[in-house]
Design a protein around this ligand. Structure first.
Ligand code: CAA
Length: 293
């Protein structure tokens, strides 16, 4: 049985090369997943060579970690390393049939990034955005072919979280949607098709949870108390750790987006913006294990 709103599988286009725009935390994680699960060339770009090199080094580091843990063979590691490449030359995207971005979560930036890359790609290539709470339709406003754009929202850590939210806009073609669903299946993720609405489904729920946690903190309840108090809910990690994992800047931005869209329903925390300047809520030891506040 097809999932709700899913298009005919036969409409899915073949993906033979993937382009990734942005070489940050999320992009690097899903670039590795694309190369591992699709076994096709994956090319990554960012604003400058330094950022590209950093992203590629991080992916190669993860490939090495998989090899050390014997999750992949030396042959497989070599193949993955060969399939991954970095570039600052957008012409290298010319033969990509799936291009996905994970650049800064700012509408204007994403609009410009897509309008720019569209000049280099074929008319049939599908475009995907990893936005977590912006309007996918608005992101496509500067595209000549907005009907090829689809939301494709991963969760952190990408390797472990089983879900992708596939976001359709009123313009998204059945072909783009079918390709997104087929791609998610190849990545071995569960996909749900959501409406193009702020926060889609998951971040709406998370913004409530984290917003209420921040409200409590901002009104005098220490993080330790909030974390301990919600423990019976059986969350995979306490709110403070989740905020740290998502990134305080991103977390503050997600709360802002929800508050701006629904001021009466979502809390925005000025304090979280201030905390984000410090980078982290939690002290970690050399192995990345949380030591506490
Ligand atoms: N990258 C890759 N793999 C990771 C990882 C990471 N950052 N963190 C953990 N893992 C892997 C481990 O290698 C391990 O894999 P194996 O079993 O194959 O060895 C597995 O995950 C479990 O790890 P652990 O036993 O060390 O840790 P755990 O059982 O405590 O689980 C967790 C860790 C999966 C992160 C869990 O705490 C969890 O699910 N936390 C909630 C995460 C969450 O809610 N993410 C969504 C954030 S919102 C978002 O991303 C969207 C947005 O737009 C803001």
């Amino acid at each position: 049985k097809r999932p709700a709103g899913a298009p005919d599988k036969a409409l899915a286009q073949k993906v033979t090369k993937v382009g990734v725009i942005g070489a940050g935390l999320m992009a690097n994680q899903f670039a590795l997943l694309f190369v591992r699960r699709l076994q096709v060339p994956v090319v990554i770009t960012d604003l400058d060579q330094t950022r590209v090199d950093k992203g590629i080094a991080s992916i190669r580091g993860e490939i090495d970690a998989l090899l050390q843990k014997k999750r992949i063979s030396p042959d497989e590691a070599n193949r993955l390393n060969d399939l991954i490449s970095g570039t600052t030359n957008k012409s290298d995207f010319a033969d990509c049939d799936w291009v996905i971005e994970a650049v800064f979560e700012e509408l204007g930036v994403k609009q410009d990034v897509f309008a720019d890359v569209e000049q280099y790609i074929s008319d049939t290539a599908i475009l995907a955005t990893n936005t977590s709470s912006l309007s996918v339709e608005q992101i496509g406003e500067k595209l000549a072919h907005p009907e090829r754009l689809v939301g494709f929202h991963f969760f952190n850590p990408v390797a472990v979280m089983p879900l992708i939210e596939v976001v359709r806009t009123p313009q998204t073609t059945p072909e783009a949607l079918a390709t997104a669903m087929a791609t998610a299946a190849k990545l071995r993720k569960n996909a749900v098709i959501t409406r193009d609405t702020p926060g889609f489904v998951v971040n709406r729920v998370l913004a409530k949870l984290l917003g209420e946690a921040m409200y409590a903190v901002d009104h005098g309840t220490p993080f330790e108390v909030v974390d301990k108090a919600v423990a019976p809910l059986g969350l995979p990690m306490p709110p403070s750790e989740l905020l740290d994992l998502v990134g305080l800047k991103v977390g503050a931005h997600v709360l802002d987006t929800h508050h701006n869209a629904f001021p009466d329903r979502f809390y925005r925390s000025e304090n979280l913006h201030k905390l984000a300047e410090y980078g982290t809520l939690l002290e970690k030891d050399s192995k990345g294990k949380v030591k506490g506040f």
